[in-house]
Design a protein around this ligand. Sequence first.
Ligand code: NCD
Length: 307
Amino acid sequence: MYHAVSTDDLNRPLIERLIQMAETFRTTPRHILRARLQGTLVATLFYEPSTRTRLSFEAAVTRLGGNIVGAENARENSSAKKGESLADVFRVVGAYADAIVIRHQDEKEMALALPYSPVPIINAGAGSGEHPTQSLLDIYTLWKEFGEVDGLSVCMVGDLRFGRTVHSLLRVLSFFQGIQVTLVSPPELALDDLLLEEIKGRGLSVETKERLDDVIGEVDVIYQTRIQRERLPAEIHLSYATEDYRISAQTLERLPSRSRILHPLPRVNEIDPDVDTDERAAYFRQVQNGLFIRMALLDEILGGVLR
Ligand code: NCD
């Protein structure tokens, strides 16, 4: 059985296949798409807030003709409130559905519960650990915007410590050749040393800069992120100049015309709305790519059950 729980479950040939599938799904008439997962049932369990990820998974299943059962705000509204373990939740929900899409606050608990699931688990974000399907749509977006991913210089900005999308994207970028990574964050939110060593060990060329301004003239990609305020431990007090990490119309003046700005969203104030209409702002195109690549992933995992 195939789970999509960490970026270790992904590899370059699989990602390339999913991208091709996503491209096909983009142009396939809806009535034909609806046959692909007809009769399947997918459960969505969201223990943390979500708009895009939950709705895009639900839209993806529905467009492929499958059905959804789900628990939103599962931390409060499900039997987790009664103290049920995640292992038991997987056993129970796995008795109803063909796959479980889950967002959970504790990545360790999710890993421990995994062996108890009788059906594939898709990780829709786990604490400050990983968010592998976001990295799929990030890579798909890079591929669409640039035609290829190899050789890109990518600058990751913002909360590199607690932002799970950054952790997954860095790992997935290491499947590609000639990637240059620059990390820009307030010191309190710098990438964890262990992960830094890990991605260097995987062959990524990484450098760290203090301010976005120091790299803006040379990068292909700015991957902007929000400060994960809800995850900050009480002992961390942020003391930084917002302008050093914010993208505004002024920033655009120095950004090369071929460059692109990505953001997993939601945005708070780290990208000025003035930037949205610029061709280089790719974050709303990124959202739509998420729908098609999640359709491709679901088809990859569940299609075999039916065909
Ligand atoms: C991200 C997440 O949940 O990690 N959102 C998303 O899924 N697109 C990013 C965030 O919350 O900052």
